[in-house]
Design a protein around this ligand. Structure first.
Ligand SMILES: *Cc1c(COP(=O)(O)O)cnc(C)c1O
Ligand code: SF4
Length: 347
């Protein structure tokens, strides 16, 4: 039998085996809007707008996340987070490239220090999914890739700053890095006496739960630091059995799991959705932590939910859920000493 070799486009259009390693799932993530639309059986009427958005911030959607999107539904709340749209080319007077003014708080290459007791280390610009509303979509990652000398410099900074007790690994997505490098960083933090806690801000266990493999669990389990993992989940459909199992493995390795979400028009701007999200998180051993009020990111105005509407949604959550399942509604204010809680006032 003569076998025809598949064209590159056909190869990309095929599903990656869900049992593949996380590296393969990441490498073979869908990276063009046409494949994304065709895999979901969606009309190509969405393509021109998607191509426009894609030029500004590339499409990245890994297979395990795609599997939770309902085929044929252009308004699926998970799809809305990852499909580029022509609205991304529109700008609003208030939108800024760096809404949180992080450029001004970079204390040394790769370290953002805004708050007294914790420093945030930007390890990589890579993500396993490109979220269209991302406030880091304009972040100058090119300037923040850590060379060996920058790594030494960053560690010297952490050592010198005895007021710090927590290092936050962020990105991009820090778990996009390989486990050998991550384990080296963690061992270096353990050698600094005033560092008690390691925090990891990541979306990888959600979008590719296969990331939580034995190699990751080994360095995590072995670390003497207290471990907090802050996941990023915006909609209850993002938590399937594989994600719940990955969360259980992380907890077994000694990590406390928290979740932060962003309030997003068309994704989680309904009280039922937000309540279900909290319930599903708790069911998977993940505590709700923050609900971020919308920030004016250039190209993301179509996700905007006003502060008043966000407050109203949170008040309704308070009336339906136990207090521990209601995340704190916060915003980052440039120059603030902490994230700023939005006052819910009286119901
Ligand atoms: C959000 C953030 C933190 C963490 O703040 P918490 O309130 O402790 O979660 C730390 N550093 C920077 C730069 C941040 O943006
Ligand atoms: S995973 Fe996080 S950093 Fe990466 S694109 Fe999504 S929101 Fe932004």
């Amino acid at each position: 039998m003569i076998q025809r070799t598949a064209t590159p486009l056909e190869v990309r259009a095929q599903a990656t085996d869900i049992n593949a390693s996380w590296q393969t799932l990441l490498a073979q993530a869908i990276r063009d809007p046409e494949t994304l639309l065709s895999r979901l059986g969606l009309s190509l009427e969405w393509l021109p707008g998607a191509v426009q958005g894609h030029r500004l911030f590339p499409t990245v959607v890994p297979e395990p996340y795609l599997s939770r999107i309902k085929p044929g539904d252009p308004h699926d709340p998970l799809l809305r987070q990852v499909l580029p749209r022509h609205e991304e080319t529109l700008s609003d007077d208030e939108d800024r490239n760096d809404p949180l003014e992080e450029a001004a708080t970079t204390v040394t290459t790769g370290i953002i220090r805004k708050y007294q007791s914790r420093a945030l280390l930007v390890l990589t610009g890579t993500c396993a999914v490109n979220c269209r509303y991302c406030f880091r979509r304009h972040f100058p990652y090119g300037d923040n890739r850590l060379s060996p000398s920058a790594r030494e410099e960053a560690l010297r900074y952490l050592q010198r700053e005895s007021g710090l007790n927590e290092v936050i690994l962020s990105g991009g997505d820090p778990l996009a890095m390989n486990d050998r490098l991550l384990a080296e960083w963690v061992r270096a933090f353990e050698a600094i006496p005033h560092i008690k806690r390691l925090r990891i801000h990541t979306r990888l266990p959600v979008v590719i739960p296969q990331r939580v493999d034995e190699r990751l669990l080994t360095w995590l389990r072995e670390s003497s630091l207290q471990k907090v993992i802050v996941l990023h989940i915006n909609h209850p459909n993002e938590i399937d059995q594989a994600v719940a199992d990955a969360a259980a493995r992380l907890r077994d390795a000694g990590a406390t799991l928290l979740n932060q979400s962003v309030i997003l028009r068309g994704v989680n701007d309904q009280v039922d959705t937000l309540c279900e999200l909290s319930e599903r998180c708790f069911g998977a051993g993940i505590m709700p932590y923050y609900l971020h009020a919308f920030d004016p990111v250039l190209g993301a105005a179509h996700f905007r939910v006003s502060d008043d509407e966000a407050r109203h949604l949170c008040r309704q959550m308070l009336s339906r859920l136990p207090g521990f399942l209601v995340p704190r509604l916060v915003r980052e204010v440039p120059g603030g000493e902490s994230k700023w809680p939005l006052d819910l006032g009286l119901a």
